[in-house]
Write a protein that binds this ligand. Structure first.
Ligand SMILES: *[C@@H]1O[C@H](CO)[C@@H](O)[C@H](O)[C@H]1NC(C)=O
Ligand SMILES: *[C@@H]1O[C@H](CO)[C@@H](O)[C@H](O)[C@H]1NC(C)=O
Ligand SMILES: *[C@@H]1O[C@H](CO)[C@@H](O)[C@H](O)[C@H]1NC(C)=O
Length: 343
């Protein structure tokens, strides 16, 4: 008789303990992080620095410019490590977001939501789509386009009137072919920018996302800065790298290593660099009303080269030159907390 009421009791107990263990494990760590963030924000504002993958991070630390905060050197959130410190006495929070636009947008938003940030510097390497630029050059674009928003239609399908560019695979039978292939056509749609300065819930359609004017102007002082030409005594870029401010950059969730598509996007959008994150960082910063700038070194020709892609060969050198440009930019940027702590 006694066993009957015991069973539901046990079930409830087990359920409660399961729930408790589940609820308390994650939040406790998160609460600690939130407490640390609260303390950190009292010492803000910080400049947000965002890279993508390890070689870029290694290059940034190799400059020796980053001095970690002795009390809170880092915080782990969403599987990323946010590092807190200073560059040339200016307070920064640095994170490596991971490859692709989802990671880039998510980490930018998280950084802006949680920390007292005054603006974002995004940096790393990129593919070069402009034949007047060379491997090793560093670009600080004035604008970015997200060039991955396509409507892919059946052959002879009708593209919408809001399509701003199109690529007809159906007639792309190169080197030779008979008639149309069945890949049809894709039409490019522009991005939808939601922003705090606009009407809520009403996005603005645009191709180009603009980099903050003041920061871009400040960046022009980096033109002509000394960039390394050689990895070591025997391994060098064919020419001295240069830093160029004011070109157009592009982003898509595509690692581009294809000459035909490279030519198409250069002709169609007049973009000089291709990467997989910048537009996401720029758009998220713009949406939230924060200034931002992007600094990308050109590690390869995005498929324009005859042999293998040079990203593995020149990537580390280009990443280092890019990181040096970032450090130089931070040094010149006014309005960031220099703070009290001497470290
Ligand atoms: C597309 O249109 C062309 C010209 O009108 C026609 O010759 C062709 O058969 C059509 N292709 C398909 C797959 O419908
Ligand atoms: C120079 O760097 C290249 C590329 O990383 C490497 O293959 C080569 O062994 C290095 N040479 C010297 C002398 O360190
Ligand atoms: C390509 O790069 C050159 C050299 O920086 C620049 O003058 C030119 O405007 C760029 N082309 C486009 C279409 O942006």
């Amino acid at each position: 008789m006694a066993s009957k009421p015991v069973t539901p009791c046990l079930v409830i107990l087990v359920l409660i303990s399961l729930l408790l263990s589940h609820v308390s494990a994650t939040p406790l760590r998160r609460l600690k992080s939130l407490q640390a963030i609260k303390e950190l924000n009292l010492k803000g504002p910080y400049l947000g620095l965002i890279t993508v993958y390890e070689p870029e991070e290694d290059a940034f630390f190799a400059t020796g410019a980053f001095k970690p905060d002795p009390k809170h050197p880092f915080l782990d959130l969403s599987g990323r490590r946010f590092r807190v410190g200073k560059v040339h006495g200016k307070k920064v929070i640095y994170v490596r977001c991971g490859v692709g636009m989802v990671n880039a947008a998510a980490e930018t938003q998280q950084m802006l939501d949680l920390f007292d940030i005054m603006g974002v510097v995004h940096f790393g390497i990129a593919g070069n789509a402009n034949n007047s630029m060379s491997i090793g050059d560093v670009t600080i674009p004035k604008q970015f386009a997200h060039i991955g928003i396509w409507d892919w239609l059946k052959p002879n399908g009708t593209l919408g009137t809001d399509i701003v560019a199109q690529l007809d695979f159906e007639s792309y039978n190169v080197p030779e072919g008979e008639g149309m292939n069945l890949l049809g056509r894709i039409g490019y749609r522009s991005e939808q920018l939601f922003s705090e300065s606009g009407t809520p819930n009403t996005p603005q359609r645009l191709l180009w996302l603009q980099i903050s004017q003041n920061w871009l102007h400040l960046a022009t002082s980096l033109e002509g800065m000394e960039l390394e030409q050689c990895m070591n005594s025997s391994f060098c870029l064919t020419q001295k790298p240069k830093l160029v401010v004011g070109l157009g950059g592009s982003t898509a969730n595509i690692f581009l290593d294809n000459a035909a598509y490279r030519d198409f996007i250069f002709q169609t959008f007049q973009i000089s660099s291709v990467d997989m994150e910048s537009s996401a960082v720029v758009m998220t910063s713009l949406s939230n009303g924060f200034p931002m700038i992007v600094i990308r070194g050109l590690s390869d020709l995005a498929g324009g080269q005859p042999g293998p892609n040079s990203i593995d060969i020149f990537g580390p050198l280009v990443a280092l030159n890019t990181a040096k440009a970032v450090v130089q930019f931070v040094k010149q940027l006014p309005g960031i907390g220099v703070g009290d702590a001497q470290y």
